[in-house]
Design a protein around this ligand. Structure first.
Ligand code: ZN
Length: 245
């Protein structure tokens, strides 16, 4: 562990995926906050108990087409950062899987809110591909059930009313605590756990860079605040970091 190279933690939020056509669902100004009716579809209580809610949720997932979204320049810049050999860990609030699709090794990405690329059974917890479940919806099943036990399937994401995976969260906190540089990209840093992770990094003595279109509560204590669009600003920042080594 001697000649230790500085660890870079990158927290990403909805803002990095908007260029890929994925709207902000969960943030303070996100789709779910503006539409309480739609929020029912992603709240565990109603989802678990009401087949009609599930039927509508499956149709929405089919129509949103999130599985076909492609990574954008922001995601690719982070791949370039990782491939430069600098130690990097990604902590993401996004469930779109675009960091991995862009080429980041899965072991370097912590998905704080789970993944929409898989479904999980509420009874036996078996996991399978979202694409398979959506194929069944397209073939006429309104509410595809678990192939193993017949239980209710849900996306492998953290719905409203569910808690974050404590193992994933503990790993993310350890990364935030250990890092030398904490980049907060496309997140408003207003909601748990994002805000808490930024604070853990600061408490551990890390430098903080905030890149977000809107002001965040951490701007006053950040070493650098970048307002330019992520698609151009992030590649530029990565070039700087790689050149600096
Ligand atoms: Zn099951």
């Amino acid at each position: 562990m001697n000649a230790k190279r500085p660890l870079i933690a990158v927290l990403t939020g909805a803002g990095i995926s908007t260029d890929s056509g994925i709207p902000d669902y969960r943030g303070p100004n996100g789709v779910w906050q503006r539409d309480p009716d739609a929020q029912q579809l992603v709240t565990i209580g109603p989802y678990r108990s009401d087949p009609e809610i599930r039927r509508r949720a499956w149709l929405l997932r089919r129509d949103v087409g999130a599985l076909t979204a492609e990574p954008n320049a922001g995601h690719l810049a982070l791949v370039e950062l990782e491939r430069s050999g600098l130690p990097v860990r990604i902590l993401t609030q996004n469930v779109d899987g675009l960091h991995q699709r862009a080429g980041l090794p899965a072991r370097k990405v912590l998905e704080l809110h789970g993944t929409a690329r898989e479904v999980e059974c509420l009874r036996c917890h078996a996991r399978s591909a979202m694409a398979e479940a959506l194929d069944r919806v397209a073939a006429g099943e309104p509410d595809p059930a678990c192939a193993a036990c017949g239980g209710v399937l849900k996306p492998a994401t953290v719905m409203f009313g569910e808690t974050l995976d404590p193992v994933v969260l503990a790993k993310a906190e350890a990364v935030a605590k250990a890092c030398d540089l904490f980049l907060a990209i496309g997140t408003t840093l207003q909601v748990y756990p994002a805000a808490g992770l930024a604070q853990v990094a600061l408490d551990g003595g890390a430098r903080l860079v905030v890149m977000n279109a809107e002001p965040t509560p951490y701007d006053p204590v950040a070493d650098e605040v970048i307002r330019e669009p992520i698609g151009t600003a992030l590649p530029a920042l990565v070039r700087q970091l790689v050149a600096r080594g």
